[in-house]
Design a binder for this molecule. Structure first.
Ligand code: SAM
Length: 236
């Protein structure tokens, strides 16, 4: 499915997933969203084995937020529906393209949007079932298509996130020249030119905040928590 002019990218080793980055920053996130009523968390790209949907919908439930997850793959969307129903039967799982869902989403009440959808083609081979999923819906499975999908999603969602709210990317990193790569290659520069700031970055996840007045200062406690978490995985 890869086109001849599509370059296979070498992704750096990931230190943290996007959903874990959201949870690591939860104190700052909740402080920033305090006083804003009945916000939504929207995940584009439901869990496929690693548990993001489960973790984020529990976080939404514990903090009085609505939760929506969207996936282009029918089986994945079905699996996500079962996961969220066990937490709160008002939560929503949609089988749809995320960028289309966001275009039609009319409320400006998003507290957190997690963008982890159209897969990249990297030096990590994909499972046959993943390749089949793109084939089945006639999607050109290329990195250019992944960049475009995440840019389209960012363009649809940026002004539906409340001021002070967040957009998080998984599989996005800065190269040695300081350019964004991966799923945020074109979406992150777009958001930075539309009032967003980088709040937290560790390979390969990025948390951006729609600037209000308070953006995150360097937070020593958070850095220590991150190191503790890393040490724990080395010791295991
Ligand atoms: C990397 S997985 C998501 C992983 C999940 N967030 C986790 O951490 O477990 C990417 C998912 O995005 C879905 N996807 C691909 N293109 C999409 C699109 N345009 N809109 C919504 N979902 C899409 C795929 O079907 C796949 O399930």
């Amino acid at each position: 499915m890869q086109t001849s002019n599509d370059v296979l990218i070498k992704a750096p080793r990931s230190l943290i997933h996007g959903d874990e980055m959201i949870l690591l920053n939860k104190t700052f996130i909740l402080q920033s969203l305090k006083g804003k009523d009945r916000l939504a968390i929207i995940e584009i790209g439901s869990q496929r084995g690693t548990g993001s949907t489960h973790r984020l919908c529990r976080f939404a439930s514990q903090n009085n937020m609505h939760f929506i997850t969207v996936d282009a793959d029918e089986n994945n969307a079905k699996g996500a529906a079962e996961i969220i129903a066990a937490v709160d039967n008002h939560f929503e799982a949609h089988h749809q393209l995320g960028e289309i869902f966001l275009r039609n989403y009319s409320k400006k009440n998003i507290g957190i949007c997690y963008l982890d959808a159209f897969d990249l083609i990297t030096d990590w081979p994909h499972k046959e079932s993943t390749i089949e999923s793109y084939k089945k819906r006639n999607a050109e499975f290329t990195n250019e298509a992944a960049y475009k999908m995440h840019l389209d999603a960012a363009q649809e969602v940026w002004d539906k996130v409340v001021p002070g709210g967040f957009i998080c990317f998984d599989d996005a990193w800065k190269d040695n020249q300081g350019n964004w790569q991966g799923k945020g290659k074109t979406a992150i520069p777009f958001l930075l030119s539309h009032g967003y700031v980088i709040n937290y970055y560790k390979k390969n996840s990025v948390l951006l905040q729609r600037a209000e007045k308070n953006t995150a200062p360097f937070n020593l406690i958070l850095e220590l928590k991150f190191l503790k978490r890393k040490l724990a995985t080395f010791i295991k």
